[in-house]
Design a protein around this ligand. Sequence first.
Ligand SMILES: Nc1ncnc2c1ncn2[C@@H]1O[C@H](COP(=O)(O)OP(=O)(O)OP(=O)(O)O)[C@@H](O)[C@H]1O
Ligand SMILES: [Mg+2]
Length: 273
Amino acid sequence: MTTLAEELNPVSPEKLVVDAVSKTFRARRSAVPALDNVSLTVQEGEFVCLVGPSGCGKSTLLNIIAGLEKPDSGQVLADGKAVTNPGRERMMMFQESALFPWLDVINNVMFGLKLKPNLNHQERREVAEYYLHLVGLDKFLEANVHELSGGMKQRVALARALAPNPRVLLMDEPFAALDALTREQLYSDIQRIWQERRKTIIFVTHNVREAACLGDRVVVFSPHPGRIREQFSIPLPRPRDINSVEVAQYSGEIVKALKQYLPATPETVTANS
Ligand SMILES: Nc1ncnc2c1ncn2[C@@H]1O[C@H](COP(=O)(O)OP(=O)(O)OP(=O)(O)O)[C@@H](O)[C@H]1O
Ligand SMILES: [Mg+2]
C-alpha cells in the first residue's frame, strides 16, 4: 500500500511515443481525415506545446494519448506499453473547467481521488488540500463552484487533474477562455508547478506566444489532414515572462512557419490572441 508521503512525492514521468497515428472521422456521407501519420516522442518531464489552426487534430491527438479515442492506425506507447484506455497516469484538463456544480471546491478535487482506493477519506482530503494550496486556493476549500471566477475554476480543475498524481498532464487550451491578466498569472503558476512536480505536460493552444512562453518544444501542425510540419526547441531559462523580448522572438518565428501552412484563414492563429 502506498503511504501519503509517497502519494505526494513526484514520480518519474513516463516517456510517451506517438507512433504513426492516423485517424479519420466517418459519417454516413463524409469522412474527415483528422490526423495523418503523426509521430511524436515526448521525453520524461518535458513540456511540449502543440499549435496549429482550428481543425488540425490537436484535440483528437490529445484524446488518443489520453486513451479516450482510438486511432485507425498507429499507436501510443507510454513507457513502452500501448495505451488502450484512459487511466489515472494521464489526466486531461479542458478549456471549460467541467467542475461538478453541486460539489464544493475541496470535494471537486477529492472526487478524482476516488480512483485511488488505497486512500481513506482523511487522506484524500489531505491530498486535495495539498494541491489546492499548490494552485493558491487554500482559502476557498468550502466555496461553491458558482462563487468562483473563471481563473479560479481553472485552478480547481488543475488541482483536480494533479491530485491523482498523474505522470502526464494533457491540457487542451486550458486558459483560452480567461482574460489576459489571469492568464499571465497562470503562466507563472503552471511553470512553477511543473518545475516542482516534474510532470510531463502536453499543452494545446492557438496562442503561439503562450506556446513559446511555456514549451520546451513547440510542435506546429497543419490541417486537413492534421500533420506535424515543424518543431521548435525553446531553450530559454525559466520562469519565462510572456512579455519578454526573447519569447516574442521565438513566437515570431513560429508564426512565420505556421503561416506557410495557412492558405486561407490566418486569423485562426495569432501571436497574441
Ligand atoms: N467526434 C468527431 N466526429 C466527427 N468529426 C470530428 C470529431 N472530432 C473531431 N472531428 C473533426 O476532426 C478534425 C480535427 O478536429 P480536432 O477537434 O481534433 O481539431 P483541433 O485542432 O482541436 O481544433 P480546434 O483548434 O478548433 O479545437 C476537424 O475537422 C473536426 O471537425
Ligand atoms: Mg481542439
